[in-house]
Design a protein. Structure first.
Length: 425
């Protein structure tokens, strides 16, 4: 997958794989530091979680403007160095006996800002590092990183916390950013169209692209609705399994692992599925499969619960790869950062609303009913895309980003102006 595209993309892929695995460890270890070492309350834990997401909502649009103006390679380097230092401060403070909850809050906010910039830069680099025909495979490889990290990370984190304690497990994540920094430093960033003059920059530019394109508009609306509904399920899964069905912790772990493994498998076959049924139908089939998870959970039947996790994992990959590929292929090259950050702001904002609504609905209507509402919501997102030009897309549309200087197939232009074939990397 990553090995069948450009050598420059492989450097990006390896760096993001290592740092993603480290981040998955911190996702488990950081809350454990708050609970075990600092005896944080439920309110304080909620604040810690919210502070991690807040940068995407507050700075999402602005981050796209910055990434489109700055060198994306330098953004990757400095955000990795920053996260190395921030996360490294936690075990250092713990060793000296200085660790406080306020420090975790600061680390959560600042690493959230750096992750926002890094994720935006890494995603928008992909179309400049691979040829158009390799874009689907490159996005599949990038999504594989995330799925591998979220599948293996929690298990590795549990082992490290058991052996090293939570603060010192975070050392592994900090070290991962050193590897990622080296990979980004060795990356050769291709030339790209000039950034707009400062006087022409508008925070709404990314939103205007999303809502003026006949394919991207229904796609982002569909993704927002599906993300909101999908996020209604997330906070209720463990609660439903443990309190309603009285399942043991081992079964909870099995369901999460089942989802992760299915997502990894789905990523490996997403490109082939897109080519077989078409990029539009791949997106639709993925959303449909993912939507069934809530209904499967609501049955309370163990085989159906596990089947729902398999379908949700497969579905996430089958809609995630075409979704990202269409966005990167259709957005103007000089606005890729702003389009990506606008997309993330809208979709993550939808997830925030969905997560908040899940608790209110579960309290008022019971968990089973809320899970069924979540399924209906995801199917509503499916209908939006199904009644649009997305449904008929077999391959990437001919309408592409803003015109730029013609180049040979598979050629990437580097800052020195020398064109190099992908085969030479």
């Amino acid at each position: 997958m990553a090995w069948v595209v450009s050598g420059e993309f492989r450097k990006l892929w390896i760096g993001q794989l290592v740092s993603g695995a480290g981040s998955a460890i911190t996702t488990v270890a950081l809350p454990l530091v708050a609970v075990v070492n600092l005896q944080a309350s439920a309110v304080e834990m909620g604040a810690l979680s919210a502070l991690t997401i807040a940068p995407h909502l507050v700075l999402g649009l602005q981050a796209g403007v910055w990434v489109d103006r700055w060198s994306r390679r330098r953004v990757l380097i400095w955000t990795d160095i920053g996260r190395l230092l921030l996360l490294g401060s936690i075990p250092a403070a713990a060793a000296l006996g200085w660790l406080q909850l306020g420090q975790l809050y600061v680390v959560a906010v600042l690493t959230g800002v750096l992750a926002l910039l890094s994720d935006t830069a890494s995603q928008t680099l992909i179309p400049f590092l691979v040829s158009r025909v390799d874009l689907m495979r490159a996005n599949s490889a990038a999504l594989l990183n995330a799925n591998l990290a979220t599948t293996a990370g929690p298990s590795v984190a549990g082992f490290l916390v058991q052996v090293l304690s939570a603060p010192f497990a975070i050392v592994v994540d900090a070290a991962s950013y050193l590897v990622s920094t080296i990979a980004a430093y060795r990356l050769k960033e291709p030339e790209r169209p000039p950034a707009p003059e400062r006087s022409e920059v508008r925070l709404s530019a990314g939103l205007q692209v999303l809502f003026s394109n006949r394919v991207l508009t229904p796609l982002v609306v569909s993704a927002m609705i599906a993300a909101m509904a999908g996020a209604m399920q997330g906070p209720l899964v463990v609660l439903f399994l443990v309190r309603e069905l009285h399942k043991p912790p081992a079964f909870v772990g099995l369901t999460i692992t089942t989802f992760g493994v299915a997502a990894v498998v789905g990523t490996l076959f997403a490109g082939t599925w897109c080519r077989r049924v078409g990029i539009g139908r791949s997106y639709l089939s993925g959303v449909f499969l993912a939507s069934l998870n809530g209904a499967a959970l609501a049955t309370g039947q163990t085989p159906l619960i596990l089947l729902g996790q398999v379908l949700a994992g497969l579905g996430m990959s089958l809609f995630g790869v075409p979704q990202r590929t269409l966005r990167l292929a259709l957005a103007p090259a000089q606005l890729l950062g702003q389009v990506t950050s606008a997309w993330r702001t809208l979709v993550i904002g939808g997830q925030t609303v969905g997560a908040l609504a899940s608790g209110l609905l579960a309290s008022a209507l019971q968990i089973r009913t809320t899970l069924l509402i979540a399924t209906a919501g995801m199917l509503a997102g499916l209908v939006v895309a199904g009644c649009s030009p997305v449904r008929g897309l077999h391959a990437l549309p001919e309408e592409t980003r803003a015109p730029e200087e013609p180049r040979a197939p598979g050629e990437t232009r580097f800052p020195d102006g020398e064109g190099r074939s992908m085969a030479e990397h």
